[in-house]
Design a protein around this ligand. Structure first.
Ligand SMILES: *Cc1c(COP(=O)(O)O)cnc(C)c1O
Length: 235
């Protein structure tokens, strides 16, 4: 299946899920998750209209970004865990970091973005399932509150919303309660009208559960496999 056909199908599925939920599909961004995908195939997704891309490792994207420089309208998001020794390079390479999982990282990124002379959009990653194996801040952790309270001190990062990866279940419906938990958390924070915090983005949904995520309010679905095909298993 060509990448452009895959994208077209996903767009149709997004439209149908949005319609079911009484939402406009314009309110949902399709992010192409291009980790492990070579520049030539990323380019095909761009040609098919994708403008937002997600990469999960700084080093990998560092290696391929120069081959993608000419994709002027592309916006690159880091969606994987960011080690603190890579914040400077991340701030240079990406327009957004969707995986901020500690106050310490938020502070480092703010500093790095200032050094790089740019503003970064960031999402706070929440570990909704409380899984040991996943990064993200626990729903009830005081650290979430600390990050929100620190937002007034940040000058070069803008908190724009929340992101999560729910526990995996074979049945995509299994993700629904976790998506709902994240949406409710987002709504509670948004209702506080914190001056320096935006909560417009709810980044939920991947290849196998993005329709459920849209029904639960997703504004950004992060789709890899359904666009580019199966990734080689990590060794
Ligand atoms: C890999 C990845 C995705 C995409 O997963 P698929 O199942 O291939 O669609 C989405 N979000 C994050 C954070 C990822 O690491």
């Amino acid at each position: 299946m060509a990448i452009s056909d895959n994208i077209e199908r996903i767009r149709e599925r997004i439209s149908r899920a949005a319609a079911r939920a009484g939402r406009s599909s314009d309110s949902i961004t399709l992010m192409a998750v291009s980790k492990v995908v070579e520049p030539k195939r990323i380019r095909q997704a761009y040609q098919a209209g994708i403008r937002i891309f997600g990469e999960n490792r700084v080093q990998e994207f560092d290696g391929k970004s120069s081959a993608l420089k000419d994709l002027q309208e592309a916006e690159w998001h880091l969606i994987g865990h960011l080690q603190s020794n890579k914040t400077n390079r991340a701030a240079e390479l990406f327009q957004a970091v969707d995986s901020v999982d500690s106050l310490r990282l938020a502070k480092k990124l703010d500093h790095a973005a200032r050094q790089a002379g740019k503003n970064l959009q960031v999402l706070i990653e929440i570990n909704v399932g409380g899984e040991e194996s996943k990064s993200g801040i626990a729903v009830s952790s005081p650290e979430l509150e600390e990050i929100l309270n620190s937002a007034r001190d940040f000058t070069h990062i803008q908190i724009s919303g929340l992101m999560t990866i729910p526990p995996f279940t074979e049945d995509p419906q299994g993700a629904r309660p976790y998506f709902r938990t994240l949406r409710e958390l987002r709504d509670r924070i948004a209702a506080r009208n914190l001056r320096h915090v935006r909560m417009g983005v709810l980044s939920i949904g991947m290849s196998h559960d993005f329709e459920v995520a849209i029904e639960e309010g997703s504004t950004c679905v992060r789709v890899g496999t359904a666009i580019f095909g199966e990734r080689p298993k990590p060794t």
